[in-house]
Design a protein around this ligand. Sequence first.
Ligand code: NAP
Length: 273
Amino acid sequence: MLSNDPIIGFIGAGNMAGALIEGLLANGVAPSQLWAADADAGKLATFAAKGVHTSTTNADLVQACDVLVLAVKPQVMAPVVGALKDALAGKSCLLISIAAGIQIGSLQQWTSAQQPIVRCMPNTPALVLAGATGVVANAHVSAQQKAAADAILKAVGLVCWLDNEEQIDAVTALSGSGPAYFFLMIEAMQAAGTRLGLPAATANALTLQTAFGAAKLALHSDVDAAELRRRVTSPNGTTEAAIKQFESDAFRELVDRALAKAAARSKELAAGK
Ligand SMILES: NC(=O)c1ccc[n+]([C@@H]2O[C@H](COP(=O)([O-])OP(=O)(O)OC[C@H]3O[C@@H](n4cnc5c(N)ncnc54)[C@H](OP(=O)(O)O)[C@@H]3O)[C@@H](O)[C@H]2O)c1
């Protein structure tokens, strides 16, 4: 069961848990509704100072919480979750895993076949409350638990519910790794700007503001990105000259191949390779 104001615990109080806790507090969740556990007591002090309950014993959170966000690194997930198995038995606590490459089947194996589990793939812009997260639930997650997971993850940005767990590999390739693709584009544009004669600081500032402005315009527009591009591409103009070069160098095919590689690697990691 889940109350209307669920008690939410974070196992692992690192970067992603910190972002989610900040997001929840910014959204008006009372600090007394939150728990954080970490192996490192030093990491808990900043949360305790905000009124969040803290513990260095993960099992304490199973007793106290309706929802547990598993926010440790994937490589320690098996022992961390396995150690909670007995405490979780007989308690309908929702587990939300944000770990890359850890499948719902593994989490069920380490707990029980009936364990309610939500698996998601967030991305680093969650750290500035502008994240994008793909989410999937197993059959044991109730409508109320799903609503709680949705609200928790929305505290740090956009949430897209998926039809099945296989789609997590596509989400990983698209939005999970996606910030790095835009960073690469930003790096390349900054370098090109300086080669064209701009001071580095000017090239950097113009590139970043253009990336931000283009994303904001696309988010607020009622037409798609292709139409926005057409509207700034005058016949025989400067934009057209650049776009023609991108197209003749097979830019779209390159992006397609890059994302296919990322999705394939995501599948391999889930298979322990
Ligand atoms: N960062 C991202 O971009 C991103 C994106 C998508 C998904 N994720 C997922 O989010 C999860 C957390 O990533 P992160 O970047 O937030 O990692 P992080 O900053 O390293 O946070 C993990 C925390 O868990 C602590 N920890 C380690 N063993 C523990 C244990 N047995 N019990 C309790 N706490 C323990 C770590 O302490 P120590 O430092 O002392 O080991 C650390 O404070 C990962 O599974 C990752 O796959 C991250």
